[in-house]
Design a protein around this ligand. Structure first.
Ligand code: TRP
Length: 363
């Protein structure tokens, strides 16, 4: 059996450093390990439309932004297939047949859907497309025989729904599909980064993100405006490190060589934390250090992004080729699914023979 990895993102905005530490870095690591037959990353524009159907321009524009972010972070199109969901029509067919296997009540119980409904104002009229997107996500995964799905924990209900569909399908139509496993981030290489305001999550609507494409002066002003310890008013005051956004970010981004380069008085983050706790270390100093660290980390990504953006045709080409490969793969799986269901009228000669006999007898 092939070992296929699939994951994806909704293209509703540029990607930020929360995406970088939460998923992109890990994808690059997985890519470089090379322990797979196929690795797909889906730009889930059709799924993004389920709650942006009235704003297709937003989705359309962000398909390229997200592709640029992937490539700038080091996703290598020679090793990973990046494709656009809406351009793989077999996914719709799979979705259509899976719909028979899922009840409305089951969809309404999905915790992620419930959470998302709370945040959107569909009020009592939920679009069918939105409620059923977990079924289409099951098509995304099974359409490529993916068994490994690297995602954040918010996606676990989607994987569970997929597994249920697979079991139900195999029960009714015979062993055809594979059950996927979610692979959650482990904390050493991956992290859910808080926003610059210390809120639980970076999110465009909260305006607390640092984007991979941000210019140096923008990064600097976002860092200098970050939340620290609200009781650390004067430099001499003892300060809290826990829940202090600047320290949270330093934990994720600061490496020993950064101390050597930008803050020689300290060997490492522990020494810096100790000083902050004792008092006598000002917020401006730790923010300047974080700014240096982030500038150094993001500069190569931003530069590579600009380089790629200056040749946008080549990015389009990558997406086009990836989508072609995705179509081939998904069409093969769809064929298997239709065979299992017996809706393969024109390439089932045995069935035709049987029908011939049946009608001959009847006559
Ligand atoms: N639902 C995912 C998100 O909102 C995006 C997505 C679509 C996805 N299809 C997928 C993730 C398949 C993993 C596998 O981020």
């Amino acid at each position: 059996m092939e070992k296929n990895i699939l994951t994806g993102d909704r293209p509703t905005g540029r990607l930020h450093i929360g995406h970088y530490v939460g998923s992109l870095k890990r994808r690059v690591e997985l890519q470089n390990k090379g322990d797979y037959d196929n690795f797909y990353i889906e730009i889930a524009d059709a799924q993004a439309l389920t709650d942006n159907y009235d704003n297709p321009g937003r989705v359309r524009e962000n398909v390229l932004e997200v592709a640029l972010d992937y490539l700038a972070c080091g996703i290598d199109p020679k090793k990973v297939t990046i494709f656009i969901q809406s351009q793989v029509p077999s996914l719709c067919e799979l979705t259509f047949y899976y719909m028979n296997l899922v009840t409305l009540a089951r969809l309404e119980r999905n915790p992620t859907i419930k959470e998302e409904l709370k945040m959107r104002d569909f009020s009592s009229s939920i679009p069918t497309g939105f409620l059923t997107y977990p079924i289409s996500q099951a098509a995304d995964i099974t359409g490529f025989d993916a068994t490994i799905v690297p995602v954040g924990d918010d996606q676990l209900p989607m994987i569970e729904q997929t597994r249920e569909i697979v079991r139900s399908f195999n029960n009714i139509y015979g062993e055809t599909l594979y059950e996927p496993e979610a692979v959650l981030p482990d904390n050493s290489s991956c992290f859910r980064l808080v926003g610059t305001d210390g809120k639980a999550k970076m999110s465009k609507s909260l305006n607390n993100c640092i984007y991979l494409s941000d210019e140096p002066d923008v990064i600097k002003s976002k860092v200098m405006g970050m939340y620290t310890d609200p009781n650390h008013l004067k430099v001499e005051d003892p300060g809290r490190v826990e829940g202090n956004t600047v320290f949270t970010y330093l934990e994720v981004f600061a490496k020993p060589e950064h101390f050597k380069k930008y803050l020689e008085e300290y060997q490492n983050l522990d020494e810096l934390k100790d000083h902050y706790r004792r008092g006598g270390l000002g917020d401006v100093k730790i923010k300047r250090f974080l700014n240096d660290v982030l500038q150094e980390t993001l500069e190569p990504i931003r530069n590579r992004r600009k380089e790629l953006a200056s040749n946008i045709e080549s990015v389009y080409k990558i997406l086009e080729e990836g989508t072609k490969k995705a179509n081939n793969h998904c069409e093969r799986v769809l064929k298997r699914v239709k065979n299992a269901m017996g809706i393969n009228y024109f390439d089932d000669s045995k069935f035709l023979e049987m029908q011939k006999e049946k009608f001959e007898k009847e006559n």
